[in-house]
Write a protein that binds this ligand. Sequence first.
Ligand code: F6P
Length: 553
Amino acid sequence: MARLSERSSWKALAAQAARPDATDIIGLFDTDAERASKFSLEAAGLFLDYSKNPISDDTRSLLLSLAEHSSVPEQIKAMFEGRRINISENRAVLHIALRNRSQRSITVNGRDVMPDVTTVLERMRTFSDAVRSGNLRGATGKPFTDVVNIGIGGSDLGPLTVCAALKPYTEDGPKVHFVSNVDGAHLANTLKHLDAQTTLFIVSSKTFTTQETMANARSARQWLLTQLAGSSADEALVSKHFAAASTNLEQTAAFGIDSGHVFGFWEWVGGRYSLWSAIGLPIALAVGFDRFEQLLTGAHAMDEHFRSAPLAQNMPTLLALVGIWHTNFLGAPTHGVFPYAQDLAWLPMFLQQLEMESGGKRTDRSGSLVEYSTVPIIWGAAGTNGQHAFFQHLHQGTQVTPCDFIAAAHSEWDMPGHHEILLANCLAQSEGLLQGLSAEVVLAELAAEGVTGKTAERLATNRSFPGNRPSNTILLERLDARALGALLALYEHKVFVQGVIWNINSFDQPGVELGKGLAGDVLKDIRSGHASPGHDQSTAAMIERICTIRGRK
Ligand code: F6P
């Protein structure tokens, strides 16, 4: 296969991006009264409008050719067939199997994985029903009122994002808390409000070796044993108050977790793609298993769309191509995500891991250094707050930030009048980014205020801006479990398509390992009170300084 930048579609796109009108979105609307409908589509209950991007019919055709020539359809097939597309770890990538609601079997090494998936889901149903109904109780016979999920990265952000997004549906379940940071503040602040008798811990860790998670889990166990000292034997306390979601059943047993409370998953589930697996147990506990299933159903609907829709009508593919256009041809260094839904406030963080851990790669699948940008920096926050903080940069800053606005037509909250204001602001921002504000309009406004001449000219330059700033808008009917499942799957598949085009492995994260190893070395030194040889000068000096300060008490 020709190198990416040597492909004809890539070269044609580069030529397209060099045109003087390459970023003129307003012009595209002016010349096509049908643009809004031609550049939008519906899938799995979601509506995507990508018309506010500088993408002409020709550019879109070229982007679709790029996807075609990059074997996107073949790679989609390969993923759904359970082929080992995670080449560095020699693993299949089958989060789609976790939410496969069809009768289709999905095989790895010739073995259908669906029976195992179904068994774990059934066990999660039984367990979450028992906790929620109060049938399963703590060591002192009291029902669980609080659940603390201990995990980090994919073992935290997925369930955390979903539990927050489905907050209106959490009233009838235990309160679910998330502890991820090894900073003792996180666990201490969480525990200080809890009663050990009514608290259930879930240690969520694919590997069950992650330093931060294991430190938090050990401290949580110690807290439990101290709080409930004397009420039962230590083993009984741990077995009654701890559950685990992990692939490492040996280590969960070594920790003392009752095998009946251990929910397994498989090596073909990547950490950042794992919320659909046993890692989703906190979700089932918070909103009930039926709603967890609705989440899976929504994701499955998006999977089916992704698997079967032609590229030109394929929502994840189009979202990916819009991103490729901005990143690789128009040079946008970052991408903003602005959910106009307070309950989706964690989504930008979730997407940071999903997109940046998957796409933050500098070598292609054959091991050569890539000669093009891969994933941009993903950032964002819930609207409308960002409008009063960093949106100024979006409108008038010197860098262009393509962004996604996400909104739901209905609110799940009963707060009359608020949702219309929220929606109005969401649409107004994308409209403002597109249209900008012309100097003529500003001058007319100033003239009406009696400001004219040089002062007016100066103010008009300052206040006016050209617009043509790009955005997508994703509209949900409402933020329920089904729509949320479809939304998260949409982004997962967007990441997949971009990874195929960039020819990178989106399913490993070797860069993260270096830090883990170094942290172990530095930890030994901090504990011993001195920097051992081998550190760079700056790090060694910092270790010594910290040890000195800590030595003073
Ligand atoms: O930070 C790297 C990483 O491996 C993530 O990919 C993963 O989600 C996270 O650590 C947590 O890993 P584990 O679930 O094994 O504790």
